[in-house]
Design a protein around this ligand. Sequence first.
Ligand SMILES: Nc1ncnc2c1ncn2[C@@H]1O[C@H](COP(=O)(O)OP(=O)(O)OP(=O)(O)O)[C@@H](O)[C@H]1O
Ligand SMILES: [Mg+2]
Length: 235
Amino acid sequence: MRRVMVMNSKGGSGKTTIATNLAAYYASRGHGTVLYDYDPQASSSTWLKARRQQPGVAHIEGHEAYHQSLGSVTRSWLLRVPTGTDRIVLDTPSGVRGQDMADLVKRVDTIIIPVQPSPVDIRAASDFIRDLLLIGKVRSYPVRVAVVANRVRKRTLGFRLLQRFLQSLNIPFVALLRDTQNYVQAAEYGLGVHELNTRTIDVDLKSWRPLLDWIEREPETERAQMVRRVAMPRA
Ligand SMILES: Nc1ncnc2c1ncn2[C@@H]1O[C@H](COP(=O)(O)OP(=O)(O)OP(=O)(O)O)[C@@H](O)[C@H]1O
Ligand SMILES: [Mg+2]
């Protein structure tokens, strides 16, 4: 079972886009997939409702988890997933900090942080990553953490700033997703981009490969690397 959380305290960075695309990808590859929506805005749940209107798409089990108070949930939360589930994707709200962040981190083995190429987004991501790495589980029992650059338009100042930021990080940068209406269109119909029948989709499918491969990679190696990196954070 893999439990992947998409998280960044910055609003609009692409959490729901990545969570829903991941869930759609896993489900369409035959994985028993559950999508937990921890955001009271319910964007993932709305996406899932649209998906249910689509004929012939793979089923994703949804949980409107924002109804629960985070701290009150015990370890048994996982017992409620249907038998046969082997991929759990968590979409989280913006502004998550402190104890809520710690409670969420305990539920997963992988965290994806989407970051957009703008100075405001980069600064917010930098603060968020610092807070995340200070959390107990990430330090002592490493969750795998990676960054995805989202809504990238190459040859812009924002992208150059983002590249510099990503190089300075002590966590891996695993994918670069371009800014395209394909994501907006897929979101509207409850689909993942790989389920769209659009001429321009090949480049987007290719851009997901490194992220999907990184998530599937044998965890021990990454964990060992993570321990070393977190033990010796860069200045
Ligand atoms: N790569 C992309 N290309 C084009 N549009 C995108 C891309 N990624 C996200 N978007 C759009 O940007 C908006 C914000 O994205 P999304 O809802 O995924 O962010 P979020 O982090 O979940 O936001 P919130 O913090 O409000 O939950 C959406 O309208 C989405 O369709
Ligand atoms: Mg969202």
